[in-house]
Design a protein around this ligand. Structure first.
Ligand code: BJW
Length: 241
């Protein structure tokens, strides 16, 4: 059975109502990247950064945001395959893949619904707003010492060893809804074996499009199911066999 690695970015959640990062104005919901997505930005204005993530967390938890047909198609695809043959790497900090039923998911840029202690590094599930006065779940002496469990620029993405092991050994690498501007994720396609089938799914060309063998151009909700059908044909896969 072929080994599959799927990489997703903000474009897969766009049709669930979560805005992508790189709009034409270069701002993320009105903020410069350095303000809200770097350790330096957090140190210089922690209240603003916590509030930025509070707003995104509230939106993610609202009933308006639900997994879409692309998230569901990927989860169903995984469920039809042997357990160890599929890895989903997501750059997204939302939990929509898990809500759709995906199991083997690595959220390499962290998770919006988790908090991390600045002092101990411990990570906790987190659905509430976070402030400069938020009590630590376990340590009364550590008041206001939590940050969102998010990988900011200049920080090391999570689970890189597991990710690299899967990529260098995969038969199919599919990159969905990512601009190919942020490393190391943008360089994963270059690490795939020579005989691997490299596929890009995007509304538009990404910065690293030249490294892919095939492109499915259009909205993820339409193109992901179309691509999975193509994969089944290519590898002679029959769910009943
Ligand atoms: C659709 C669609 C639809 C829309 N259907 N498609 C110079 C050169 C190279 C690297 C560097 C450099 N200077 C600094 C670096 C490193 C830096 C980096 O890459 N910077 C670049 C900006 C140049 N990277 C880092 O610092 C990373 N850490 C690191 O490198 O550590 C060292 C290391 C060394 C060795 C090995 C490994 C590591 C950390 C990066 C952290 C990124 N964090 C963020 C923010 C999280 C906080 C938050 O969520 O608020 O993660 S940045 C932001 O970008 C977020 C995303 O996960 C990430 C990627 O964005 P994505 O998903 O591609 O979104 P968009 O908006 O850019 O694109 C959406 C795409 O979807 C578009 O293409 C649309 O067309 C498409 N689309 N609707 C299909 N319906």
């Amino acid at each position: 059975m072929p080994k599959i690695v799927v990489l997703t970015g903000a474009g897969i959640s766009a049709e669930s109502g979560i805005p992508t990062f790189r709009g034409s104005d270069g701002l993320w919901e009105g903020h410069r990247i350095e303000e809200v997505a770097t350790p330096e930005g957090f140190r210089s204005n922690p209240g603003l950064v916590l509030d930025f993530y509070n707003q995104r967390r509230r939106k993610l938890l609202s009933s308006d945001v639900q997994p879409n047909a692309a998230h569901v198609a990927i989860a169903n695809w995984e469920a039809s395959l042997p357990q160890n043959d599929f890895l989903l790497i997501t750059q997204n900090v939302d939990d929509l893949h898990v809500r759709a039923g995906s199991k083997n998911v690595v959220p390499m840029h962290g998770e919006l619904l988790k908090a991390r202690c600045l002092d101990t590094g411990a990570v906790f599930p987190w659905c509430d707003d976070m402030t400069l006065q938020t009590p630590h779940p376990e340590r009364a002496d550590l008041l206001g010492r939590l940050r969102p469990h998010i990988v900011w620029f200049g920080e090391m993405p999570l689970e890189m060893e597991q990710i690299e092991e899967a990529i260098i050994d995969c038969d199919c690498f599919v990159s969905i809804g990512t601009s190919g501007k942020v490393y190391p994720a943008a360089g994963f396609v270059q690490m795939t074996p020579r005989e691997c089938w490299r596929v890009e799914i995007n509304l538009d060309n990404a910065d690293n499009s030249g490294a892919f063998d095939d492109s499915f151009v259009g909205r993820a909700t339409e193109q992901v199911p179309r691509f999975i059908d193509a994969w089944k044909q290519r590898f002679g896969f029959d769910a009943t066999s």
